[in-house]
Design a protein around this ligand. Structure first.
Ligand code: ZN
Length: 456
């Protein structure tokens, strides 16, 4: 499916680059991406590559711009037979993009390698780099990866990072006020281990940064021993470890400098987990880890620590998340849910209105679909938000953890204590009109088994 491809935005026309003579589709070059240098610092001499630039720069710009216009976080070019096709990932979902002849794809791949400071002449070998870019006034980092693919072809993958996009504070991340209060209460103890977990690629890092931004930096002194890259953490002091120091001694030195909270690297192995747990009775440690859900994360932490008593004393909270797409605010469609539907999905019976993705409108005369929504290009969604699950460790939970409880037992107690579950948080997003029941059904295929959609 191709939605709104090649759609233009009304911006000032600029003809300072490229050759428009073959511009038969009316694209305005001023709307195209500007490439601003390789991220590896290698100088990129366009003049020396005159021939390649002539055949490939403008098509490469158009190809990337089409993906950026549709807010793709990933743009991929695959060659198959005599043609090449584009796949875009938008809000985590795959969509088809433009197609082009094999030769043109090969020029674009060469051009992207060259712009990323890679060796454009070498083919059939894994190469990776990045390009600093600007599109419609926003700065982007495009990471470029070329891998050898079937039948001697190459696959080009561009991963997009919008440097302007802010998903920073707990409010922007959609944390509820009560959850934000819980984070403030937890850090007020100046002790304990707080962990954010999720499957790989689920945006855990964004949530852990959001959590850190929820801590009052005027009351607490926050240190980090994580290389935060280009993600800014204001008022957080980055700690430089001494040679020969391990994590435990580094933490002790930060405590002497009166740190209240320390942001540490992901908990992956027994050694680092034990070092951080050994100090977490005297300082608040914030970290992330890979785990299916919060209950599994606690069971994993106990196993890594090799000491269920210590684990039960220091683990204070585990947050887990799943990403769900937000309905496009421009085209979402309101409907009145039936009492049957409300009772089936456990929403309050007084709920008056819910929202869903609109059905495409067909023109009665021509039988054609009307143009898709400009904001979301007809996908019906715009951006994603994290649904959260939280286990705030109670005294009863500490007793259970100390007994080497299973993830299932931990989950059961948390539910009986009324802890925040994905189910509750997801339904809150539905009730607030931020997402649809169908989207929750997609994310939780197992949870919502059954044809509830027909119950409208
Ligand atoms: Zn829309």
């Amino acid at each position: 499916m191709v939605f709104g491809f090649g759609k233009k935005k009304p911006t000032a026309k600029r003809n300072d680059e490229g050759d428009e003579s073959d511009d038969d589709d009316g694209d305005d070059d001023g709307d195209l991406v500007n490439f601003q240098g390789a991220m590896n610092g290698k100088s990129v001499d366009l003049v020396a590559q005159g021939k390649l630039v002539q055949v490939a720069l403008l098509p490469a710009k158009r190809w990337i711009s089409s993906g950026l216009e549709r807010r793709a976080e990933m743009i991929r070019l695959d060659v198959k037979g005599e043609n090449a096709h584009t796949t875009l990932s938008i809000d985590g979902m795959p969509y088809g993009g433009s197609r082009m002849p094999r030769q043109q794809a090969s020029y674009i791949i060469q051009m992207m390698k060259f712009l990323a400071g890679l060796d454009a002449k070498i083919k059939g070998r894994h190469q990776a780099g990045g390009i600093k870019s600007e599109y419609l006034g926003a700065k982007f980092e495009l990471s470029v990866e070329v891998i050898p693919h079937a039948e001697g072809t190459e696959r080009l993958t561009i991963r997009v990072r919008n440097l302007k996009q802010k998903l920073d504070t707990p409010a922007e991340l959609g944390f509820t006020e009560s959850l934000r209060q819980s984070i403030r209460d937890l850090t007020a103890h100046r002790r304990g281990l707080i962990v954010v977990c999720g499957p790989p690629g689920s945006g855990t890092t964004t949530t852990v940064y959001g959590l850190l931004r929820g801590i009052d930096v005027y009351l607490y002194s926050i240190y980090s021993i994580v290389n935060t890259g280009s993600r800014e953490l204001l008022n957080v002091k980055t700690f430089e470890a001494n040679d020969g120091d391990n994590y435990e001694t580094s933490c002790l030195r930060m405590m002497r400098e009166e740190a209240d909270v320390i942001f540490v690297p992901p908990l992956k192995d027994a050694e680092t987990t034990q070092q951080f747990m050994s100090v977490a009775d005297r300082i608040c440690i914030v970290s992330e880890m890979t785990a299916k859900d919060s209950a599994h994360a606690i069971a994993q932490l106990v196993a890594l620590s090799g000491n269920s008593k210590l684990a039960s004393e220091v683990i204070d909270a585990v947050f887990s998340q799943k990403l769900v797409r937000l309905l496009c605010p421009e085209c979402r469609e309101a409907f009145r849910p039936s009492p049957k539907l409300l009772s089936k999905v456990a929403l309050p019976p007084e709920t008056k209105v819910l929202y869903r993705k609109p059905v495409p409108v067909v023109d009665e005369k021509t039988g054609e679909e009307e143009p898709p929504c400009e904001k979301c290009s007809g996908t019906g969604f715009f951006g994603r938000v994290a649904m959260l699950e939280a286990i705030l460790v109670s005294d009863a939970m500490r007793v259970l953890i100390a007994m080497n409880a299973t993830a299932a037992q931990i989950k059961e107690l948390s539910r009986s204590e009324g802890g925040l579950t994905f189910h509750k948080d997801g339904l809150r997003l539905v009730a607030e009109g931020k997402t649809s029941l169908e989207e929750l059904q997609r994310v939780f295929r197992v949870w919502f088994r059954g044809p509830f959609v027909e119950a409208f």
